[in-house]
Design a protein around this ligand. Structure first.
Ligand SMILES: Nc1nc2c(c(=O)[nH]1)N[C@H]1C(S)=C(S)[C@@H](COP(=O)(O)O)O[C@H]1N2
Ligand SMILES: [Mo]
Length: 319
């Protein structure tokens, strides 16, 4: 289940409101607002640390929060390179301010919106979600964000809006792999969700993690988090959101259609053509201590199962 903070969590909102200042301030942004991100705390510890003893710990799972160090140094973000440490090593100068997002397609309020107008501080909350990559590693991350549904509702999609299509920034000046002789994929990176998936309360637009603004390598200034799907659905550095009537051609499915599809729901019973998906390596994971655990259907978020009733999930996982 999603662990949520809906009361007393003024700190994340406060941090977001100060975005411009701490972007400018660089490392100084951490300051007194940072709370134990080195953790390996349990979610219950994490919540208690943040809001005091009043937190209802029955909401929390007993899974430990992945240390910030792992979550921010072992990343997939092909625009910066295909190595897991390329994103942290190469994203230092990435500019996230100013940032605007073009929203359009079948909706009543299309336009180009400044990030500050998209993120409503009152909607920000912290949610502890697992992130499970196709390549079988996983993490538990305290995200800071808002339900995608609240943004969609403000845009007033029409009945022709059947899917939501997302696009990452295209800027070869800033993204080394976009100007490479042989780019790793066709850019810009594109992802999509069916409307009901996009509206599901678990679907989060993240602007931060571990109580701070998102690090560049994790998708600053705004990225999607769809916790029951493989990580590639969680598109980073979003600059365009479009309401469309046809299923979007998402980047990985276009690149390797035999391996990747549109739905990409986490499913331990359906293997990737090149490896098993039955287990995952929970970070931190090393050669000596792989920390391998069983993968769960829908990454453990079984409350989404009804969205796929009547669908052959074997077929829709990759095809
Ligand atoms: N724009 C963009 N978004 C992306 C990717 C990418 O290469 N480019 N990689 C995806 C993949 S495959 C994963 S597993 C997650 C990784 O998120 P993390 O680095 O925050 O763990 O980001 C996803 N979002
Ligand atoms: Mo991934």
């Amino acid at each position: 289940m999603a662990d949520r903070l809906t009361e007393n969590d003024v700190t994340p909102k406060h941090i977001y409101l100060r975005r411009r200042e701490f972007m400018a301030g660089g490392a100084a942004m951490l300051g007194a607002l940072t709370l134990g991100r080195d953790a390996l705390a349990t979610p219950a510890d994490w919540m208690q640390q943040k809001i005091g003893a009043g937190f209802d710990t029955t909401m929390a799972t007993d899974e430990r929060i992945t240390p910030f160090e792992d979550a921010s140094t072992y990343n997939n973000y092909f625009e910066f390179g295909t190595g897991k440490s390329d994103p942290v090593n190469r994203s230092g100068d990435f500019r996230t301010d100013p940032w605007s997002v073009e929203i359009g397609g079948h909706c009543r309020n299309p336009g180009t919106y400044a990030l500050e107008d998209i993120v409503q501080p009152k909607d920000l909350e912290e949610r502890i979600y697992r992130l499970r990559c196709v390549e079988a590693w996983s993490m538990v991350i305290p995200w800071l964000g808002f339900p995608l549904a609240s943004l969609i509702e403000r845009m007033e999609p029409t009945s022709d809006a059947k899917y939501v299509r997302f696009e990452t920034l295209y800027d070869p000046d800033q993204y080394p792999n976009q100007r490479a002789w042989f780019p790793a994929m066709d850019y810009p990176y594109v992802e999509g969700l069916r409307m009901d998936e996009a509206m599901h309360p678990l679907t989060l637009m993240a602007v931060g993690m571990y109580g701070e603004a998102l690090p560049n390598q994790n998708g600053a200034p705004m990225r999607l988090v769809v916790p029951w799907k493989y990580g590639f659905k969680s598109i980073k550095a979003i600059v365009k959101i479009e309401f469309v009537s046809e299923q979007p051609a998402n980047s990985w499915a276009v690149m390797q259609p035999r391996e990747y599809g549109f739905y990409a729901n986490v499913n331990p019973n359906v293997d990737h053509p090149r490896w098993s998906q039955a287990t995952e390596r929970r970070l931190p994971s090393t050669g000596l201590q792989a920390n391998r655990i069983p993968t769960r259907m829908f990454n453990g978020y079984e409350e989404v199962a009804h969205l796929y009733e009547g669908m052959d999930l074997t077929r829709h996982r990759y095809i």
